[in-house]
Design a binder for this molecule. Structure first.
Ligand code: EPZ
Length: 429
C-alpha cells in the first residue's frame, strides 16, 4: 500500500554546499524492459533509487526476473523470465510499463500489457506504440483493458510517427532490434534517453543507425546478449537543481554530474532570465541568479526544444521575475495543475488554454499544497523553499517517483524539510 507522504518545508533559508545529479530515471526505465531482449545477467551503474525504477523492477520480478542493488549499482537477471503478462496493479502505477509491450512481443512472441490509464497531465494514449508494432507484423487486440500482442516473428517495416513520442520510439527500437529484416522509424524522438537505449542495444549486438536524428534505421538480429551500462545523468533533475541554486541570490550551490550537453535550451532560457553559470570542470557548475530576474516566453517542444518536464520548475522562479512571463505547453493537455497550487502560495498565474501567464514579482507565503504529478511536486518543493514561513506539500510520494531523497539532499545544503506520513483521515466507517 503506497504510503501517503507529506513534506513540511521551511522557507527562506539560503542554501550552500554541493549536490550531485543522479542517473536518469527515464533512461533506466526503457533499459529495464530491454533486459528482456536477451536472457541473462545485466549490470547498471549510477541508478537512481526512485519509485518508478522500483515499480519497473517489481514488474520484471513478476515476469520471473531477479534483481538486487549494491548502492547505486543494479544487478538484473532475466535468465528465468517465463511470464508474458504485466499485472494491472503495477502497470497502473507507471505508464512506462508500456515499454514491456515491444520487448516481450519481440523476445517471446506474446505480451499481455494493461492499457496504461491517463494521468494528471493528460490522456497519454498509446496509439503510436500499437500502430508501430502492427507495422512490424504484430497482431494487437484489446481485451478487458489489456493490450494483447502476438507475433510468431516480428518483420521489419517502415514506421512514421505522428509525433516524436519518446517511449513509442523506445518501444519500436527494442522490437525492431529482434525483427526479421530492416526497420525505418521516421519522425523519431531525439531525447538523450533514446540515444542511451540505442547505445545499450548496439552494445547488445543490435545494428542501429541514426539514433538522435529524424530517421532511425535498424537491421534486426536473431540474438542479442546481456550487457553492463552506466546510466547517463538526469537532465530534468539537473534542471531542477539549476532553479534550486537560483532561488536566492545568496545561494551558493555546486552541482556535480551536471549534463551540460543535454540542457542547451533550458540554459539559454536560464541566462535570458538573468541566471549565470560558472563552470569548474567538465560536469561541475555553480548557478547563480542576478538580483533582478527577467520575464520569459517559453514554448515546450520535443528534444532539443524546451522540455515539458522543466516548465513547472521554471514557472516557480518566473513568479519572481519583473514582469509578465508566458509558458505555452505544447505536449500535454493538462500540465498546469501546479499553477493553482502556486497561486495558493501567493503567485499570480492565469491559465488560458495551453498558455500560463505568470505575473511577477509576487512574494510567496507558505500554505498547504498538493502535488498533482511528479514534476509539479518538485516545483512545489522549490516554491516552499522560496516562500516565507512553512509550506506543507501533500501527496509528496509523487516526488519520490523521480527524485531520490530530495529532502535529505536539500537539508544537506542547509534546508529544513521534514518528511512525515500523511494521515489517512477519511477511512471507511
Ligand atoms: C516521456 O513520456 C517521459 N517519460 C515523460 O516524462 C516526458 O514528459 C515525455 O516523454 C515528453 O518528453 C518517460 O520517458 C518514461 P510522449 P512519454 O509519448 O513517452 C502523445 C516524467 O516526469 N502520444 O513523448 O509518455 C502524448 O499524449 C515523465 O518523467 C500519443 O498521442 O511521452 C503526448 O501528448 C512525465 N500517442 C505526446 O505524444 C502515443 O502513442 C508526447 O508524449 C504516444 C504519445
Amino acid at each position: 500500500m503506497e504510503r501517503g507522504l507529506k513534506y513540511v518545508i521551511k522557507g527562506m533559508k539560503p542554501l550552500k554546499g554541493e549536490i550531485e545529479v543522479k542517473g536518469a530515471k527515464n533512461a533506466v526505465l526503457p533499459a529495464l524492459a530491454c533486459c528482456l531482449l536477451a536472457r541473462g545477467e545485466y549490470q547498471f551503474k549510477n541508478v537512481p533509487r526512485v519509485r518508478d525504477v522500483f515499480c519497473m523492477l517489481r514488474i520484471l520480478e513478476h515476469l520471473g526476473g531477479k534483481y538486487f542493488f549494491k548502492g547505486s549499482e543494479l544487478f538484473v537477471d532475466t535468465s528465468h523470465v517465463s511470464r508474458v503478462d504485466i499485472p494491472y496493479e503495477l502497470a497502473s502505477k507507471i505508464r512506462a510499463s508500456i515499454l514491456f509491450l515491444g520487448a516481450l512481443t519481440a523476445s517471446t512472441g506474446e505480451a499481455i500489457v494493461p492499457l496504461p490509464g491517463g494521468c494528471a497531465i493528460g490522456k497519454r494514449p498509446v496509439n503510436f506504440h500499437e500502430r508501430g508494432l502492427k507495422k512490424l507484423s504484430a497482431e494487437i487486440t484489446l481485451d478487458h483493458g489489456n493490450l494483447i500482442a502476438k507475433a510468431s516473428k516480428l518483420k521489419g517495416g517502415e514506421i512514421i510517427l505522428d509525433f516524436p513520442s519518446v517511449t513509442a520510439t523506445e518501444n519500436l527500437l527494442m522490437a525492431a532490434s529482434l525483427a526479421e529484416g530492416e526497420t525505418k522509424i521516421k519522425n523519431a524522438a531525439k531525447e538523450p534517453e533514446v540515444i542511451f537505449l540505442a547505445k545499450m542495444l548496439k552494445k547488445m549486438g543490435a545494428e542501429i543507425k541514426g539514433a538522435g536524428e529524424d530517421t532511425i534505421l535498424i537491421k534486426g538480429k536473431k540474438h542479442l546478449k546481456p550487457v553492463k551500462m552506466e546510466i547517463i545523468s538526469d537532465r530534468i533533475e539537473a534542471g531542477t537543481f539549476l532553479i534550486l541554486s537560483a532561488l536566492f541570490p545568496e545561494n551558493e550551490i555546486i552541482i556535480r554530474n551536471f549534463p551540460w550537453e543535454f540542457l542547451e535550451y533550458p540554459l539559454l532560457k536560464f541566462r535570458e532570465m538573468g541566471g549565470t553559470i560558472e563552470k569548474f570542470d567538465k560536469n561541475t557548475v555553480k548557478a547563480k541568479r542576478s538580483k533582478n530576474l527577467y520575464p520569459l516566453e517559453i514554448q515546450t517542444a520535443p528534444y532539443p526544444g524546451f522540455p515539458t518536464d522543466l516548465q513547472p520548475i521554471f514557472a516557480v522562479l518566473l513568479t519572481q521575475a519583473q514582469g509578465l512571463s508566458t509558458i505555452r505547453e505544447n505536449l500535454f493537455e493538462n500540465r498546469f495543475l501546479y499553477a493553482m497550487e502556486l497561486n495558493r502560495l501567493g503567485a499570480d498565474i492565469l491559465i488560458e488554454e495551453k498558455t500560463a501567464f505568470i505575473k511577477g514579482p509576487t512574494p510567496l507565503t507558505g500554505s498547504p499544497v498538493r502535488a498533482t504529478d511528479l514534476r509539479a511536486g518538485a516545483a512545489l518543493v522549490l516554491a516552499g523553499l522560496l516562500a516565507e514561513n512553512t509550506t506543507v506539500l501533500y501527496q509528496a510520494e509523487l516526488v519520490e517517483r523521480g527524485y531520490e531523497d530530495l529532502p535529505g539532499r536539500i537539508n544537506a545544503l542547509g534546508g529544513e524539510i521534514k518528511v512525515e506520513d500523511e494521515l489517512q483521515l477519511i477511512n471507511r466507517e
